[in-house]
Design a protein. Structure first.
Length: 299
């Protein structure tokens, strides 16, 4: 066996004690007290998958064994500077997920994810609590409400509360990895800054980021003119927030809050009377939405 491996990998080295997994080689235990190390640059993904099947693999730091060949290819591409997993003109988006505690069976988790898709998706794991769903664009893509349903299912089935960040559909161009790095950074920012929001995307993170980083002059006016109204009447705050998040649609807002439209109209007029801000104007609505974010994130 060893001779055959040498013929395939002439730079292979052998050790009689467990090697340091942080070295540049990829290590396998081929028999008792005998490990082989192959330089990563000498391996293609298909060979790596086969060797992991035949021998005990020595995991390296921050590495997780993937469930399929295609997942391994995406892992190599995203995290190990490997080649593109596909040579096509399709669009792909990455959905990043992470939870803080509660180790679960990854195969069960992947099965639950696949149940929400009409087509095949790939789950790439970074560690026991963090990974990426790779979704190819089709005629039936998941919308935000679908991801909310997915979150509720995972929460009830596995007793975890994952955070999600929905990336944009993009082609596998040379600029993709730099954009992926930006999406990963926004995901981390959302987790650390907006713990109450389990689902994020660029359009949601942007106003949140703007609100928390307003110049002091603007922040002071909002804190003086709007936030006291919310503090005095939390029910009014909830009404205004839902109204703005529902694109100022009165019918949808009343339905979500289980109130009559006349009650909703009364509360909107009450807010305008207290602040002098007509909510049905675009600029007013945008300003008050930033105020809602500030109010929710007060220390």
């Amino acid at each position: 066996m060893l001779k055959k491996l040498y013929s395939l990998f002439p730079n292979l080295i052998v050790k009689n004690e467990k090697p340091d997994p942080t070295q540049a080689h990829i290590w396998f235990l081929i028999e008792k007290n005998k490990w082989i190390g192959i330089p990563e640059s000498d391996l293609v993904v298909e060979q790596l998958i086969l060797l992991k099947t035949l021998f005990d693999y020595v995991e390296r730091d921050n590495e997780f064994v993937q469930a399929s060949l295609m997942a391994e290819k995406w892992y190599q591409y995203l995290f190990q500077n490997g080649p593109k997993p596909h040579n096509d003109e399709n669009d792909y988006r990455l959905i990043y997920f992470q939870w803080s505690n509660g180790k679960i069976n990854h195969m069960d988790f992947e099965s639950a994810i696949h149940a929400f898709y009409d087509s095949e998706v790939i789950v790439v794991w970074e560690n026991d609590f963090k990974g990426i769903i790779v979704e190819q664009k089709t005629n039936h893509i998941l919308m935000e409400q679908d991801f909310i349903a997915m979150f509720d299912t995972l929460k009830s089935d596995f007793f975890i509360e994952p955070h999600y960040y929905i990336g944009k559909f993009r082609k596998l161009t040379d600029s993709l990895l730099s954009l992926v790095e930006q999406e990963r950074s926004l995901f981390e920012y959302a987790i650390n800054s907006f713990k109450q929001d389990k689902l994020s995307h660029f359009e949601k993170v942007t106003p949140q980021h703007i609100a928390l980083n307003l110049p002091n002059t603007l922040k002071t006016i909002i804190q003086h003119d709007i936030l006291p109204v919310f503090k005095e009447d939390p029910e009014l705050f909830t009404t205004i927030k839902y109204f703005l998040k529902n694109n100022m649609n009165a019918s949808t807002t009343a339905k979500n809050l289980f109130i009559h439209r006349n009650t909703l109209q009364y509360r909107l007029e009450k807010f305008t009377e207290k602040t002098g801000i007509p909510l049905k104007e675009f600029y007013s609505g945008m300003t008050v939405y930033l105020a809602c974010i500030l109010f929710e994130n007060q220390e």
